[in-house]
Design a protein around this ligand. Structure first.
Ligand SMILES: Nc1ncnc2c1ncn2[C@@H]1O[C@H](COP(=O)(O)OP(=O)(O)OP(=O)(O)O)[C@@H](O)[C@H]1O
Ligand SMILES: [Mg+2]
Length: 254
């Protein structure tokens, strides 16, 4: 037989009046006033997020991704993160540990200056860390990467490139903004080709539209002009291109 709750029936109070009076008296005797509002909830400390936070440039430390395509990317990457030590033969092995970011798609955030591309990218990295994923990440502008590789006093450029290729989540900021040459094209190609072939999630930002479309004035450069056909082909294979629009937020902030 199915029992249904009558809508008119009042639910029983959790405790009766006499019991409540006795409890209140006992609490009052201990100096506890049940009428006092509870202090506001403090957020739980998240050591991984705090550690990640220190490496994020000051301007982006509170960034949160808001663009629907960026939040969808975060969900995809967080959803495919795997338990440490798990593999296809033992998928549940080690499920108690923090999930590691695995392979996945990449994003190309493009748009005019100040529209929030770098903000969205750091917001995405923060969200991944906050979602409980272990996210070894690195962020560099393309210009800084070329500069570091050219430096005579730094590490071996080949070692540097191979290291950055293998970073699980990479933010390559401002692609196409640096002066291009055959050498920069080769570095960018090797970096993105390896990451595309191995499906390592990469966030790329650029001020330039990826390719020339009918509305673009002939004198305005596009990303393809700056990075070359081979890099653009890798980008289109690995990335969802997301255009960020709107005014320059730096002017708005003033
Ligand atoms: N959603 C947002 N909420 C609050 N501040 C934001 C937001 N998006 C961007 N900003 C702020 O606006 C400024 C410009 O954003 P950001 O640096 O991300 O732009 P950008 O598109 O990367 O610009 P550029 O092409 O010059 O690199 C920054 O100071 C950033 O902190
Ligand atoms: Mg930027």
């Amino acid at each position: 037989m199915t029992r249904t709750l009558s809508r008119s029936a009042d639910p029983q109070p959790a405790i009766g009046e006499r019991l409540r009076a006795r409890l209140d008296a006992q609490l009052a005797a201990r100096g506890i006033d049940v009428g006092t509002p509870l202090p506001p909830n403090e957020p739980e400390p998240n050591p991984a997020l705090e550690a990640a936070q220190k490496r994020i440039p000051y301007d982006y430390r509170t960034a949160s991704a808001a663009h629907p395509d960026v939040t969808a990317w975060v969900r995809t990457i967080a959803g495919s993160a795997t338990a440490p030590y798990a593999d296809s033969l033992q998928p549940h092995y080690g499920v108690g540990g923090r999930r590691m970011v695995a392979r996945g798609p990449s994003l190309l955030l493009w748009g005019a200056t100040g529209t929030g591309k770098t903000h969205e990218a750091f917001g995405a990295i923060r969200s991944l860390t906050d979602a409980g994923c272990a996210v070894p990440w690195q962020a560099t502008t393309a210009a800084d990467l070329y500069g570091e590789m050219r430096s005579r006093h730094g590490a071996d450029p080949e070692v540097l490139l191979r290291r950055i290729m293998r970073v699980p989540v990479l933010l390559l900021d401002d692609l196409g903004a640096a002066k291009n040459s055959e050498w920069t094209e080769e570095v960018t190609f090797r970096l993105l080709n390896w990451r595309a072939q191995n499906r390592f999630p990469t966030l790329i930002t650029s001020n330039l539209p990826p390719v020339r479309t009918p509305g673009i004035p002939p004198g305005q450069p596009v990303l393809r002009d700056r990075v070359g056909d081979r890099v653009l082909s890798r980008l289109s294979g690995m990335c969802t291109a997301v255009e960020l629009t709107g005014p320059d937020r730096r002017f708005q902030a003033r």
